[in-house]
Design a protein around this ligand. Structure first.
Ligand SMILES: [Zn+2]
Length: 416
């Protein structure tokens, strides 16, 4: 996440890149590649070109925030979307139905993979491009914001030969990035690693990756069953959303495979209960599950303009100090705003984590169907750092702001 090779959006460049392309009447192929490379280099996840009353608005999303690239004439927007349709091999004449496609371009040596969707809107059409940029996917857990004790625990857990490890969090909390980081660690040539993904977001040499395509009748549980006949050591399943996938994933974990999957749940303890709610037998789950990693992403104050700040009145950093050790000196920062961060005060994201290792005592609680709060309580007595504590540490280290920390403390306090 703290990738120093990445350039961030700046107000000055954003305003000119599109204007330059339009003013020079650059060919659409040049416009497309320049804009996509520009967006990808700023770690944009989405690129949009949407019709409005006056023409088309071009914008992108970086770190969850929209950045304006400019307003263009209607003709330019129509040509641009037509060009994207050609790249996707879609019929250019069909402006009445939503269409989608996929495009791959190469920026130097690195591929930029895109999922395209075009839909009719009131003023014309809207183009949305999801940028699946592999270059920023393969990072270490430490650089994602995982704390040293948590990294050590995960390192031990992922080197077991079998069992289920779940990664949970809301949409956009970086679950896939964490899974890719783990696969990167395991991918040393000694294990056969297979993945089932929707979509494959990043190519990892040496890993056998399959893309699930539910729209064309490839359904997740069937593919997973087929995959088991290909003798993998490690399996990464995308998201567990349905009872059948949950069941096959748990079975695979109890039959000699190390299985990784994501689940949409707010805390580590609640993740276990989401699986029970999908109908997984508590005895089987208790035997299969080794760990849950719950996570979230918080905005980082812009390094160019962040200022030191006092700890808010009535708030204590004792918990953070206990985690970081005796000699730790907190250095919280607040956001300000400058040209480099478009006056927002934020640049980049940092992860916070909750790593729940399932011990024999916890297996007993799961087997007996105890509540998430009972599981969480015991895990914390065993030394688990909660998402709240991880957010406090991130604030104490200046990796996030007090507002971002409080947003986690508020949601987490409502969980039990
Ligand atoms: Zn700034």
């Amino acid at each position: 996440m703290n990738d120093t090779t990445t350039t961030e959006p700046t107000a000055a460049t954003d305003a000119t890149i599109l204007t330059q392309l339009v003013d020079h009447a650059s060919p659409m192929s040049v416009c497309f590649e320049t804009l996509i490379e520009y967006a990808a280099n700023r770690r944009a996840t989405d690129f949009f070109c949407a019709a409005n009353r006056d023409g088309f608005r071009v914008f992108m999303r970086c770190d969850g925030v929209l950045y304006e690239l400019g307003q263009v004439e209607r003709d330019w927007g129509v040509h641009f979307i037509n060009y994207v349709n050609i790249l996707c091999r879609n019929p250019v004449s069909d402006h009445k139905h939503p269409v989608d496609g996929r495009i791959l371009i190469h920026d130097g040596d690195s591929p930029i993979d895109m999922r395209v969707s075009i839909m009719p809107t009131f003023f014309g059409e809207e183009l949305a491009i999801r940028i699946l940029d592999g270059r920023f996917r393969l990072v270490n857990l430490e650089s994602l914001g995982m704390l040293p004790d948590q990294c050590e625990c995960v390192e031990e857990l992922i080197h077991r030969r079998s069992g289920l490890i779940l990664v949970s969090g809301r949409t956009g909390s970086g679950k896939t990035t964490t899974l890719y980081s783990i696969l990167k660690k395991l991918n040393d040539g000694t294990r056969k690693i297979n993945t089932l993904e929707d979509p494959v977001e990043c190519e990892i040499p040496g890993v056998f990756q399959s893309q699930v395509d539910s729209a064309h009748g490839q359904d997740f549980p069937d593919l997973l069953r087929a995959l088991l006949r290909h003798a993998p050591d490690v399996i990464m399943v995308g998201e567990i959303r349905d009872p059948e996938t949950a069941e096959v994933a748990v079975q695979a974990a109890t039959s000699g495979h190390l299985v990784f999957a994501t689940v949409h749940a707010p805390t580590a303890a609640q993740t276990i209960f989401s699986l029970l709610q999908l109908g997984v037998n508590p005895h089987v789950l208790a035997g299969a599950i080794n760990a849950v990693i719950a996570q979230d992403m918080l905005h980082t104050p812009c390094p160019a303009c962040a200022e030191a700040v006092d700890v808010p009145a009535g708030f204590s950093l004792e918990a953070a100090k206990a985690v970081m050790g005796e000699s730790f000196e907190p250095h919280p920062r607040q956001r300000k705003g400058c040209e480099q961060c478009n006056q927002r005060g934020y640049r980049g994201l940092t992860g916070i984590f909750e790593v729940l290792e399932v011990t024999p005592e916890l297996r007993e609680l799961i087997r007996n169907g105890e509540s998430p709060s009972a599981v969480s309580k015991l895990a914390m007595e065993n030394g688990m750092l909660s998402l709240s504590t991880s957010a406090e540490v991130a604030f104490a280290c200046g990796r996030t702001t007090v507002e971002e920390m409080y947003s986690i403390l508020t949601t987490q306090s409502g969980q039990f």
